[in-house]
Design a protein around this ligand. Structure first.
Ligand code: RP5
Length: 167
């Protein structure tokens, strides 16, 4: 899938099975008007594609890469090793260890190659989309305004509903 405008954020994931989590990153980017592309790129099953994708990303106009993976989640770190673009890693829940394995695989990068690691699962994917938009917004006024409007609406929603009991 690809937006009509040339993509500024690449959302990649190790498997099609990661989509139910990673779609939340895409939803946030779309909500904030950030053109993005999505791809399955596996560190273990398609290592050559991973290298090609990461090496060509900046030249193609991408500004940020969001990479989600589960289990022995090498994708974000390996992508970060092949591009100077900011890479945001999303640990996807694994069946066996509920994503703790994914989190530790992504977050424990050795000093010198940076991956910004988000929370496990849907919250992490949502925030990866948000953070990617904030990075794009440094140079894109419309995206910055969309991020600010999103935050203001979120604040308003909480303030307008102070009673925690169900309606
Ligand atoms: C990882 O292995 C993927 O990111 C996925 O989270 C996990 C399982 O992949 P599948 O066996 O469902 O394709 O590489």
């Amino acid at each position: 899938m690809q937006s009509e405008q040339s993509p500024k954020v690449g959302v990649i994931m190790g498997s099609k099975s990661d989509w139910p989590v990673m779609e939340h990153a895409v939803a946030m980017l779309e909500r904030l008007g950030v053109p993005c592309e999505t791809r399955v790129v596996s560190a273990h099953r398609t290592p050559d594609l991973l290298f090609d994708y990461a090496k060509g990303a900046a030249e193609r106009g991408l500004q940020v890469i969001v990479a989600g993976a589960g289990g022995a989640a090498h994708l974000p770190g390996m992508v970060a090793s092949q591009t100077a673009l900011p890479v945001l890693g999303v640990p996807v829940e694994s069946k066996a260890l509920k994503g703790l394995d994914s989190l530790l695989s992504i977050v424990q990068m050795p000093g010198g190659i940076a991956v910004g690691t988000l929370a496990i699962g849907k919250a992490g994917a949502t925030n990866a989309g948000l953070l990617a938009a904030q990075i794009v917004g440094l140079q894109d006024e419309a995206v910055r305004a969309a991020v600010e409007a999103f935050r203001a609406e979120q604040t308003r929603t909480v303030l307008d509903h102070p009673d925690p009991r169900p309606d």
